[in-house]
Design a protein around this ligand. Structure first.
Ligand code: ATP
Ligand code: MG
Length: 238
């Protein structure tokens, strides 16, 4: 199933940790519609995100973004090219306040250039505005996740890569986050979201890529996968 006018096309991506062949010829494409990558524990989802960001070396394959192959480029170059990354576990600095986190990444002249500003992040996540002076250590999991997403947005990405954003969050917080991400997607931000939770993946994306043992085992739609409990059991064990 091909994405229409993909901004990202990944072909034959291989990643090894030592002798272990973790990603085995992964192909996927992301266009204007969000794509969710679903898979159980240890299937290679984080490795895929890290390979896209250049945080683990790829042994083989291409990462074509907006016409250029980014495989082999450094992480900061991929960020400059337009990849925004929200890592699994959020990676927040406990000693910095919300506002300090955001100030670290806000780009000078962003407002004039029509880019993301801290004010716009606060508009998207009003809860962060209320907690702007709070140390990140005192934030709830949901607030930390919003902060991690806000931080990624301030780099003005054209593709947002998120690794299990719903992990450890209460359902009502997850709904909130899905709503905000859906808004961003409608405003034109391309998204690749890794998830372990079927309900979150299908709420965010109509296009699903199911990963099993480092390979794309199935490409489908949310509607088709929701209607197919046998496939859910086979690929996700649920
Ligand atoms: N730094 C590493 N060195 C060696 N093996 C690793 C390393 N990181 C991950 N692995 C292995 O690679 C495989 C894929 O791990 P990865 O973290 O990508 O899975 P995941 O799908 O993100 O899992 P989870 O849902 O638990 O986050 C696993 O078998 C894991 O044990
Ligand atoms: Mg992971």
């Amino acid at each position: 199933m091909a994405a229409v006018d993909p901004i990202l096309t990944v072909r034959d991506l291989d990643v090894y940790y030592g002798q272990a062949h973790i990603l085995q010829g992964v192909n996927l494409a992301v266009g204007a519609e969000p794509v969710a990558v679903l898979g159980r524990n240890g299937m290679g989802k984080t490795t895929l995100c890290q390979a896209l960001m250049g945080l683990v070396p790829t042994a083989h394959g291409t990462i074509e973004f907006d016409g250029a192959d980014l495989a082999g480029r450094k992480p900061f170059q991929r960020a400059e090219a337009g990849f925004g990354y929200v890592p699994q576990g959020r990676r927040i600095f406990p000693s910095l306040s919300v506002h300090e986190h955001l100030r670290l990444v806000e780009q000078r002249g962003a407002a004039a250039a029509g880019g993301w500003t801290i004010e716009r992040v606060y508009e998207l996540f009003p809860r962060l505005a209320e907690r702007r002076r709070n140390g990140a250590a005192a934030l709830s999991g949901g607030e930390q996740q919003m902060l991690a997403i806000g931080r990624a947005l301030l780099t003005n990405p054209r593709l947002l890569i998120m690794d299990e954003p719903s992990e450890g969050l209460a359902p009502v917080i997850v709904d909130h986050m899905v709503e905000a991400l859906t808004r961003l997607s409608r405003e034109g931000l391309a998204m690749l979201v890794v998830e372990q939770k079927l309900a979150v993946a299908t709420a965010l994306a109509e296009r699903l890529v199911i990963v099993v043992n480092g390979r794309v085992a199935l490409e489908t739609t949310s509607a088709a996968f929701i209607a197919d409990p046998a496939a859910q059991h086979r690929y996700l064990g649920i």
